[in-house]
Design a protein around this ligand. Structure first.
Ligand code: SF4
Length: 376
């Protein structure tokens, strides 16, 4: 048995959204019936091919995650049928975490009931902000009050494990605006919150607007103040920060994401989905037509495949493990003069260390990648 035998997940990428948010660089298509039907058939074929090749060696899934895009662009009954297919293809257990991402403004109470009845036991809403002007500045459709309505409907449908995704450092957003968003969302009593600093990705509408001086770029210092405020506000209502961007109530950390940060294995399905199995990283083609054509031809739609060396695996363990608040075992650090390097980073206030583990300080979290490079 490998150490990761109990740490296996499935990710299903549903690449459709009603429209593209201004900051978003994910691979996606605008939701239309014809491409959605093409995707649905291809996905079923992809599941069948992996099953035939026994890609997961009959191992049980600890987590299943339908992400996107906006998975709820597909009809709820279709998502329910896909989950059923996954569960009849691969073993799961009574404790398997099964997440679906949803847009609060495009999901009905009936949809949520269908999803809960099908076995999805965790829902993640892209709330982003609780201020309408922020929605306008990032090109997000819907209205902020939709989030409260969706969370209440999800609860009535049977979901108790509810995550809200948020972004801070949005154009024109002040520290007070951000704190108001957090406080307003706390009244909805989610079990998990993910807070991401806005980053500007090349090729996005926001990147173009910044070049044209229509929008100011994110203010790093303001984002740091917002990050500190987040930790404080959420701690006051019982959330623990367990990863750089993630906060959870007791026993509500996202198992699927933990799998990414702890060297677990995962199979990704759908265009652009990434996988890590048997020490090999591979990715699917990020193009729906080519993805569907490959599967139509009975070929897996892989675009790259890298066998990780022992050294690369150790590097990943350090880079991903340091994202977690409890850090990594000291022996994960590979630097030639390990103790000296750790002492130097501790002296700079970037790292905390004891005999067994090293972890980033709050200052260190701002420079996580640089610190990881120095420790490898
Ligand atoms: S809803 Fe999510 S995936 Fe879709 S465009 Fe917006 S940020 Fe991107």
């Amino acid at each position: 048995m490998s150490p990761s035998d109990n740490n296996l997940g499935l990710y299903v990428h549903i690449p459709f959204c009603r429209r593209r948010c201004h900051f978003c660089a994910f691979y996606l298509e605008i939701a239309q019936p014809a491409p959605m039907a093409r995707f649905h058939s291809a996905l079923i074929q992809e599941i069948a091919l992996h099953h035939r090749q026994d890609s997961l060696n009959g191992r049980a899934l600890q987590s299943i995650y339908f992400g996107g895009g906006t998975p709820t662009s597909l009809p709820a009954d279709q998502l329910a049928a896909l989950l059923k297919l996954v569960r009849t293809t691969w073993p799961t257990s009574a404790t398997t975490e099964v997440t679906v991402e949803a847009h609060p403004s495009s999901v009905t109470e009936r949809d949520l009931t269908v999803l809960a009845d099908a076995g999805f036991n965790r829902i993640s809403f892209g709330a982003e902000s609780m201020t309408d002007k922020d929605f306008a500045s990032i090109g997000r459709f819907g209205q902020v009050q939709d989030t409260a309505a969706a969370v209440q409907a999800a609860r009535r449908a049977g979901f108790s494990n509810i995550n809200l995704d948020l972004m801070y450092g949005l154009p024109g957003q002040s520290l007070q605006d951000w704190i108001r968003t957090l406080e307003s969302l706390m009244t909805l009593t989610p079990s998990h919150i993910s807070c991401y600093a806005l980053t500007i990705e090349e090729g996005t509408r926001l990147a173009q607007d910044i070049v044209r001086n229509l929008v100011l770029p994110p203010d790093d210092m303001l984002q740091l103040d917002m990050e500190s405020a987040t930790e404080r506000v959420l701690a006051e209502v019982g959330f623990s920060r367990y990863e750089i961007s993630n906060y959870a109530k007791p026993d509500s950390a996202c198992r699927h994401n933990l799998l990414y940060w702890t060297g677990g294995e995962y199979l990704g399905l759908g265009p652009s989905a990434q996988s890590y199995l048997h020490g090999i990283r591979f990715g699917n083609i990020a193009n729906l037509d080519t993805y569907a054509a490959c599967l139509n031809d009975n070929r897996l739609p892989m675009t790259d495949r890298t066998i990780l060396s022992a050294s690369e695996r150790q590097r990943d363990a350090l880079v991903f493990g340091l994202r977690l608040l409890h850090g990594v075992p000291r022996k994960t650090v590979k630097a030639a003069e390990r103790d000296h390097q750790i002492d130097e980073l501790v002296a700079k206030g970037l790292l905390d260390a004891d005999r067994d583990r090293v972890r980033l300080t709050s200052l260190g979290r701002r420079y996580a990648d640089t610190v990881a490079e120095q420790l490898f």
